[in-house]
Design a protein around this ligand. Structure first.
Ligand code: IMP
Ligand code: MG
Length: 174
């Protein structure tokens, strides 16, 4: 399979540092729970957590969306939930990528119903053209075109997650 690097390791490192600074200043007086959405966010989450300089705890959710390997259906199965109740907590959901936004909208609705003190979303990548006019994340690493990408946690059929950069796979329709 051919792939082309679109965001380098250095660019990711710099941007993650900036996101960490932004989050740290926005939540300087709050106790936040950085919550990675598995599996795609596992690498972003570990780098972002180290870039956030305020004390914080972490948790993970694991979700699986019904659909093919490259498109989601919006029907989400929760494979792992928070370890503790999130009522009155400041939650920052850490996502790998927003494509149609269906997965994220489902999660946000679910979590809002549990009355957190606040709920923010930090996504490494956003395919803005797939959900025009809707701003779904409070923090976005990079806006990218509507192409199927892999690396830095993102997979194609569970592979390529370990690539240290973001690349797009040619011949895959996103
Ligand atoms: P959405 O529900 O369409 O926004 O899809 C979100 C989920 O689909 C992400 O959390 C990824 O797991 C997966 N996904 C969407 N686009 C891509 C991509 O370009 N590469 C790898 N996974 C993707
Ligand atoms: Mg995936």
């Amino acid at each position: 399979m051919n792939y082309k690097v679109i965001i380098s390791e250095d660019e990711i490192r710099e941007r993650v540092k900036e996101l960490g600074k932004e989050i740290s200043s926005d939540f300087s007086d709050k106790k936040v729970i950085l919550t990675g959405v598995l599996k795609g966010a596992y690498i972003f989450m570990s780098d972002l957590s180290r870039a956030v300089t305020i004390p914080h705890s972490i948790d993970f959710m694991a979700v699986s969306s019904y659909g093919s390997s490259t498109t989601s259906s919006g029907v989400v199965r929760i494979l792992k939930d928070f370890d503790f109740p999130i009522t009155n907590k400041h939650i920052i959901l850490v996502e790998d990528i927003i494509d149609s936004g269906l997965t994220l909208k489902y999660l946000v609705n679910l979590l809002k119903s549990r009355s957190p003190a606040s709920l923010s979303v930090c996504a490494l990548l956003d395919k803005k053209s797939k959900h025009p006019g809707e701003s779904l994340a409070d923090y976005v690493g990079f806006e990218i075109p509507d192409k199927f990408v892999v690396g830095y946690g993102l997979d194609y059929d569970q592979y390529y997650r370990n690539l240290p950069y973001i690349a797009y796979l040619e011949n895959i329709k996103g």
